[in-house]
Write a protein that binds this ligand. Structure first.
Ligand code: SF4
Ligand code: SF4
Length: 159
């Protein structure tokens, strides 16, 4: 009777230690998860999030000069771009740059077709929204400074 009891204790302790071994090993091994949204994953260079505009290093304004090449090249017709020349500038700047991300296949043709590398893939992998409009009308200009901002503000204060 006592022999059985001792045998059960030894067996139970053995199985407890086997389980603890797995737990302790996992505690000190490399973690594969992050504490999102406080931490973000470091994504590989070739990751493709939605497209975004690239700012010029000197001004912070979009490098894009609204030639419309990307919009014409896009097989899904998801880019809308309009532009005009800021006062005294030689090239146009975009006044509207919208992406319909609900139709985008992330094919990359727009990125490849841009003559000045003014668009790239973002690393944004945690998009969320309650409305389809949040993604069908993404305003890519909203994240960058604009050469028209001062004009717009001036016009508003004049009006
Ligand atoms: S990645 Fe392809 S589908 Fe998406 S906007 Fe660019 S050209 Fe269009
Ligand atoms: S992003 Fe490039 S291809 Fe598209 S309108 Fe601007 S300059 Fe032209």
């Amino acid at each position: 009777m006592i022999t059985n009891y001792v045998h059960e204790i030894v067996k139970g302790t053995g199985s407890l230690l086997a389980g603890m071994k797995v737990t302790i090993k996992a505690m000190f091994s490399r973690t594969h998860t992050v504490q999102w949204p406080r931490q973000y994953l470091v994504l590989p260079e070739r990751f493709r999030g939605h497209i975004e505009l690239v700012p010029a290093k000197t001004t912070g304004f979009p490098k894009c000069f609204a030639c419309g090449n990307c919009a014409r090249t896009c097989p899904s017709k998801c880019i809308t771009v309009k532009g005009k020349k800021p006062e005294g500038a030689k090239k146009k700047s975009p006044t509207v740059f919208l992406l319909d991300f609900t139709k985008c296949s992330l094919c990359g043709l727009c990125v490849e077709s841009c003559p000045v590398k003014a668009i790239t893939f973002s690393k944004d992998y945690s998009l969320a929204g309650a409305l389809k409009d949040d993604f069908s009308n993404m305003d890519l200009l909203s994240k960058l400074a604009s050469p028209f901002s001062s004009h717009v503000k001036k016009e508003e204060s004049d009006g």
